[in-house]
Design a protein around this ligand. Sequence first.
Ligand SMILES: *[C@@H]1O[C@H](CO)[C@@H](O)[C@H](O)[C@H]1NC(C)=O
Ligand SMILES: *[C@@H]1O[C@H](CO)[C@@H](O)[C@H](O)[C@H]1NC(C)=O
Ligand SMILES: *[C@@H]1O[C@H](CO)[C@@H](O)[C@H](O)[C@H]1NC(C)=O
Ligand SMILES: *[C@@H]1O[C@H](CO)[C@@H](O)[C@H](O)[C@H]1NC(C)=O
Ligand SMILES: *[C@@H]1O[C@H](CO)[C@@H](O)[C@H](O)[C@H]1NC(C)=O
Ligand SMILES: *[C@@H]1O[C@H](CO)[C@@H](O)[C@H](O)[C@H]1NC(C)=O
Ligand SMILES: *[C@@H]1O[C@H](CO)[C@@H](O)[C@H](O)[C@H]1NC(C)=O
Ligand SMILES: *[C@@H]1O[C@H](CO)[C@@H](O)[C@H](O)[C@H]1NC(C)=O
Ligand SMILES: [Cu+2]
Length: 569
Amino acid sequence: MGSMVMKFLILQFLGFLLFEGFIHSEASIIRHTFVVKEAPYTRLCSTKNILTVNGQFPGPTLYAQTGDTIIVDVQNKGNQNITIHWHGVKMPRYPWSDGPEFITQCPIKPGGKFSQKIVLSDEEGTLWWHAHSEWSRATVHGAIIIYPKNGTTYPFPKPQAEVPLILGEWWKSDIQEVMEEFMENGRDPNNSDAFLINGQPGDLYSCSRPDTFKLTVEYGKIYLLRMINTVMNNILFFSVANHQITVVGTDGSYTKPLKTSYIAISPGQTIDFLLEANQKPNHYYMAARAYNSAPAVPFDTTTTTAIIQYEGNYRPSSPPPLPQLPAFNDTSALTSFAGSLRSLASKDHPVNVPLKISTNLFFTLSINTLPCASNNTCEGPGGNRLSASVNNITLQTTPIDILEAYYRQINGIYGTDFPKFPPLAFNYTAASLPVQLRTPRRATEVRMIQYNSTVELVFQGTNLVAGVDHPMHLHGYSFYVVGWGIGNFDKDKDPKNYNLVDPPLQNTFAVPKNGWAAIRFKADNPGVWFMHCHFERHVSWGMGMTFIVTNGNHPDAKILPPPPDMPRC
Ligand SMILES: *[C@@H]1O[C@H](CO)[C@@H](O)[C@H](O)[C@H]1NC(C)=O
Ligand SMILES: *[C@@H]1O[C@H](CO)[C@@H](O)[C@H](O)[C@H]1NC(C)=O
Ligand SMILES: *[C@@H]1O[C@H](CO)[C@@H](O)[C@H](O)[C@H]1NC(C)=O
Ligand SMILES: *[C@@H]1O[C@H](CO)[C@@H](O)[C@H](O)[C@H]1NC(C)=O
Ligand SMILES: *[C@@H]1O[C@H](CO)[C@@H](O)[C@H](O)[C@H]1NC(C)=O
Ligand SMILES: *[C@@H]1O[C@H](CO)[C@@H](O)[C@H](O)[C@H]1NC(C)=O
Ligand SMILES: *[C@@H]1O[C@H](CO)[C@@H](O)[C@H](O)[C@H]1NC(C)=O
Ligand SMILES: *[C@@H]1O[C@H](CO)[C@@H](O)[C@H](O)[C@H]1NC(C)=O
Ligand SMILES: [Cu+2]
């Protein structure tokens, strides 16, 4: 009897602790099924089949709390190979579910399945998932929303409501055909026909008006908008008519509040911002369109809109006021926004920037050309095909994935000579450069990094073929963006101006056109991690490379074993 009472009291006490939030509750395991399949969608007055997850476009939102694990059973009921990547999730010691095809896995073939384990650690805010095989991410993507743990809260006022804002794209043509065509003819890919907000083009396109995304707000309340740029090839500008907004996070990490009238967001990046409904009750447009830095690159010049509508009885202006967006070529609008982001750097959200660097890397990012295959005609510059490289290497895909080859010590799949520095130093951003420098080397080389190294990596954009921005994305890590600039990086002067106090923690950063960016991270996540430009045309042309971070000595510093259902090549 006594022990029953005792047990009861202990349970009561534990319940009390949990209720009061004195001890942080255990992380949860959340399960989902993703069925990849074709589904008919109508946009811009015509219907076509697109590849979706569970028939949804954009795909389902995953909700979790910091530190949770999500298990997604992916079933491929489509007619093409697929892989799914959890963009911005570090996956500590578990690259097996990371997703980039032929880097960490072979694709899931039609009819196949793969149960993926998404291991959250310190990420908090908005991330996303997307296909990481060929061009299927155009329609196969969705949000990942990570709430604070029970017992902790946002470092900003609790919003009235939270709303994802997924910036996407629509092609009238089949996206697979767009990809095959540009890979064949060697020139830039065709543009999309519309940009989208939450799957809808908005009022400025033909026959889209009734479905325009609308957010109803109550005067005086604050809303948290979780924006993701899923677009294939464009950085976007975004703004809300008559409203200032306050950025509070990026890439699953909090930022110091930044008041601004517009946002510039790279493909791959997320921006969380607060919108205070403090204007005269009315309908207001929010709008997004492209930024484009290279005059020769054709791009989609259309504008997507959604509507903020205040509750209440009033006659809204018709049409609603449109926001002013920066000009298409306004590079300073892009860099001044990106350069204003700061980590929160508070007691609860400290920064941990490596100060002593053990591994210095310097990578050039170039657009290149390759000779056309003799049986073909190419439409790139000078009758060649466009290509792209990191340190003059254009990535070649392998017959099996690099992770498998590394883990099972299979030789002959990749080399370990990815150069730490460019093989040739030249005036990277010179107005004109010798044509001989344009041809890259084809190879699959990785850069090995010792566990626990402190890495500084400087990206240098070059003006080969055409200077353009490169939104660089690293898997397996977030990194601090400690500096950036226009022109050539100066190793003596530029580090003196680094921000080592409150640099933003990101997983994607747009290296400006003919400029540079310096990032730092501690290599404490062993595994095989892809790094690439998040412009899809550039990664298709070979602008990507792989890091292998070695195992540490401690058992907790080693890659975990693979799951039994890894897809086979
Ligand atoms: C966290 O709190 C929510 C609501 O307060 C509750 O439903 C949930 O079970 C809690 N999670 C854990 C892991 O205790
Ligand atoms: C790409 O655009 C060109 C020129 O407008 C057109 O001829 C071609 O059919 C388009 N390709 C696809 C796959 O839609
Ligand atoms: C942007 O384009 C406009 C015309 O479209 C041109 O007048 C202006 O010089 C360009 N600005 C930059 C910074 O290239
Ligand atoms: C050209 O030849 C390559 C390799 O021999 C082949 O893969 C490709 O399909 C051919 N292209 C055309 C247009 O015939
Ligand atoms: C590099 O090129 C830029 C742009 O043309 C030029 O302003 C600069 O003087 C060049 N630097 C050197 C060291 O030649
Ligand atoms: C890249 O490598 C190729 C082949 O080795 C060479 O011809 C070319 O000049 C190199 N370009 C640069 C910028 O290093
Ligand atoms: C890696 O670094 C962490 C903290 O900086 C330290 O606790 C750990 O012992 C290091 N591990 C190895 C194998 O050096
Ligand atoms: C699908 O992937 C396998 C390797 O796992 C490859 O052999 C096959 O060619 C791919 N199919 C397509 C249509 O790309
Ligand atoms: Cu790029």
